[in-house]
Design a protein around this ligand. Structure first.
Ligand SMILES: C[S@@+](CC[C@H](N)C(=O)[O-])C[C@H]1O[C@@H](n2cnc3c(N)ncnc32)[C@H](O)[C@@H]1O
Length: 393
């Protein structure tokens, strides 16, 4: 492995000069020039030990610190710009963006990075690459009170912003990688348009029918679901694990199910945290008992998304991370994760959720529910729930 800082010409022209001292380790005796791969993309090593790839061109800014590793079929590069081993204090703020916390190679064998600031900045500077799955849960433009987001902005401006982020996610995603795009059902048309225009291929329009009371309508039916558009980069997903759940039988069913059912595109078994009469223990609250984030996604939802579309060691991105459930679940499942959040209050919450697992965040209690999934042991590398955790269900 080599760690180095990219020079201007390397960043601009799309190559990495492998330092002379690392040639034996990273190139060995192979005859040059030769073709190879870099992060799954075509690459070429020239006779001077330079690794070229179109993938690198304008990918990183000058002075980006990178790590280059030799892999089974070529090379892997990651940006480690600004990465530090522990939380960084406010006084170390650089411009208005800051890597708040990075945990590299933790005890679970996976890493997470939490960035504070505007997600587009981090895409621009090349800190977000090789993403296998993105959970995309933007503010819904419904007049909520965000500190750093105008949730009343005009529709055109809002959808332009959404499209830009979705497009940057696409660029940062590996072939076959997935996005789960959350929205209100009334915006389905815009969601599908954004996905199509940014190159994504729709696989399912998931209906998340929430286990809470409906929002009443006066001249139309009351609303009880939101959409989750699941799409991939390319026609087929790189990973799709067919989950089976131990869904209780409906009273009118004649026979007991022996081994559960496959998850369909209607998710009606996951409780929403942010509306209805009681949001439960999982909702993070201030000292007065008020929920600190009014759009906090449930861990059970992230569990389903991450289990369906990744393998251990994959990288999960949440560019609008809020309270960070995507990172909290990814970490327990030994997936790497990148979270970006503009509000420092939520960043603090993400950090504390990652550093010390709350019982309500522990996914072990759901293990039995997925026990009929054929490859569960491969995709969920963890212990079964203790009796105490099961009681939390
Ligand atoms: C709908 S919330 C996400 C909630 C999250 N799924 C959770 O469970 O907590 C959207 C988040 O995006 C953040 N945000 C808004 N604009 C942003 C930007 N430009 N870059 C990064 N985060 C942003 C908001 O502060 C908010 O926390």
């Amino acid at each position: 492995m080599v760690t180095k800082v990219l020079k201007k010409m390397e960043a601009l022209r799309g190559f990495i000069q492998i330092p002379a001292g690392n040639r034996a380790e990273l190139i060995g005796n192979i005859s040059l020039p030769c073709l190879t791969m870099l992060n799954g993309n075509p690459a070429r090593l020239d006779t001077r030990g330079r690794l070229w790839s179109l993938y690198l061109k304008n990918k990183f800014l000058t002075d980006t610190k990178i790590e280059l590793n030799k892999t089974g079929n070529g090379y892997q590069i990651i940006s480690v710009n600004n990465v530090q081993e522990s939380a960084v204090s406010e006084s170390n703020r650089q411009n208005d963006t800051l890597l708040v916390s990075a945990n590299l190679e933790s005890d679970t064998g996976s890493w997470y990075k939490v960035f504070e600031g505007d997600c587009l900045k981090y895409f621009n500077e090349g800190s977000v690459i090789d993403v296998d799955l993105t959970f995309f849960d933007p503010p819904y433009r419904q007049g909520k009170d965000y500190r750093f987001f105008d949730d009343n902005q005009p529709a055109g401006k809002y959808w332009g912003w959404i499209k830009e982020i979705v497009s940057r996610i696409y660029d940062a995603t590996v072939d076959g990688g997935a996005i789960y795009f959350m929205q209100r059902e009334k915006n389905t048309e815009q969601v599908l348009r954004v996905l199509r225009k940014t190159g994504w291929r729709l696989q399912n329009l998931i209906v998340w029918k929430k286990k809470t009371s409906a929002v009443p309508g006066t001249f139309r039916f009351s609303k009880q679901y939101q959409i989750i558009a699941y799409a991939t980069k390319g026609d087929k997903p790189r990973v799709f694990n067919r989950l089976r759940i131990d869904l209780p039988n409906l009273p009118e069913y004649k026979y007991e199910r022996e081994n559960g059912v496959y998850v369909t595109d209607v998710w009606d078994d996951i409780r929403e945290l942010t509306s209805g009469y009681f949001a439960g223990d999982e909702a993070i609250r201030d000292h007065e008992g008020n929920r600190v984030h009014t759009q906090q996604s449930p861990v059970a939802l992230l569990l389903r998304v991450i289990l369906s579309s990744t393998l251990p060691g994959d990288t999960v991105l949440d560019p609008l991370a809020g309270t960070g459930p995507a990172l909290v679940v990814a970490h327990q499942l030994k997936r790497n994760s990148i979270g970006i959040e503009i509000d420092s209050r939520y960043v603090e919450i993400i950090k504390s959720r990652l550093q010390s697992l709350r019982p309500a965040d522990n996914i072990a209690k759901y293990y039995d529910y997925y026990k009929y999934t054929p490859n569960l042991k491969e995709i969920w590398p963890t212990k079964k729930a203790t009796p105490e955790q099961k009681r939390l269900l």
